[in-house]
Design a protein around this ligand. Structure first.
Ligand code: DX5
Ligand code: ZN
Length: 227
């Protein structure tokens, strides 16, 4: 399961984001969504600089890895200097590293970081926030296994879904074909999931839609997100 992003499937994947989990019992919270059918654990890393929030670091990732040796850990870096955290996160058990185009000084920097992630044995993703045009990643998208189309401005869970951002996913899917993961993140719920899937997104990240439910009810949400 750790290499889940290296092969493609017709069935959309669901990536529960532990940002909305109870941090006081994070292993139980991870177990509940893996038992409920979650495909990846999505870790939202924020540095208080790129976004106005501070969340989790490599030690949290290491703790999750130690409890779940087979889980695919999808690390979403919302930080100003993502490259400096690649090695610590891979050493802590990360399988996938996504970073933001808005944090890059140039397309060449993004390409170099994609190569760096691959050299470390991870798959790589490039993210654009809801307000960023698709043209920002024109010169780099080909170098990544995953494009993350955010449907919010990054920083917090529980924000309203911005459907207009999905036009970028439609264009990406047309342009890049079936063999790239298009992840959507922000306000994804059973109500908004069909629009995401119909736009070509095939990894749905959700925090509040899953974690606001009791553990026993999370499988139904994950099933509804997958469609
Ligand atoms: C926010 C994070 C998201 C967040 C989504 O910047 O990238 O992954 O956890 O939260 P919801 O699903 O509640 O919008
Ligand atoms: Zn995220």
């Amino acid at each position: 399961m750790r290499d889940r992003l290296r092969t493609h499937s017709q069935t959309p994947l669901v990536a529960p984001s532990i940002l909305a989990a109870d941090f006081g019992c994070i292993a139980d919270e991870c177990k509940s969504v893996l038992d409920a059918g979650g495909d990846l654990i999505h870790l939202d890393v924020m540095d208080g600089h790129f976004v106005p929030n501070l969340t989790m670091g490599p030690d949290l990732c290491k703790g999750v890895r130690s409890h779940f040796p087979d889980a695919c850990l999808d690390v979403h870096l919302m930080v100003t200097d993502p490259g400096s955290f690649f090695e610590p996160f891979v050493d802590a058990g990360a399988d996938h590293l996504t970073f933001h185009m808005e944090a890059m000084q140039s397309p060449d920097q993004a390409l170099a970081l994609a190569a760096n992630a691959h050299d470390l044995g991870a798959t790589a993703g490039i993210a654009i926030s809801a307000n960023t045009p698709l043209s920002a990643i024109d010169a780099v998208a080909h170098a990544f296994e995953m494009i993350l189309v955010m449907t919010i401005q990054p920083g917090f869970s529980g924000q309203a879904f911005q459907e207009s951002a999905l036009t970028k996913a439609v264009s990406l899917r047309e342009r890049l074909g079936p063999d790239v993961w298009i992840q959507v993140d922000g306000g994804v719920s059973p109500k908004t999931a069909a629009a995401c899937r119909d736009s070509g997104c095939n990894i749905l990240v959700a925090a509040s839609a899953i974690y606001r439910e009791e553990p026993a009810d999370r499988a139904a949400v994950i099933e509804a997100l997958r469609g």
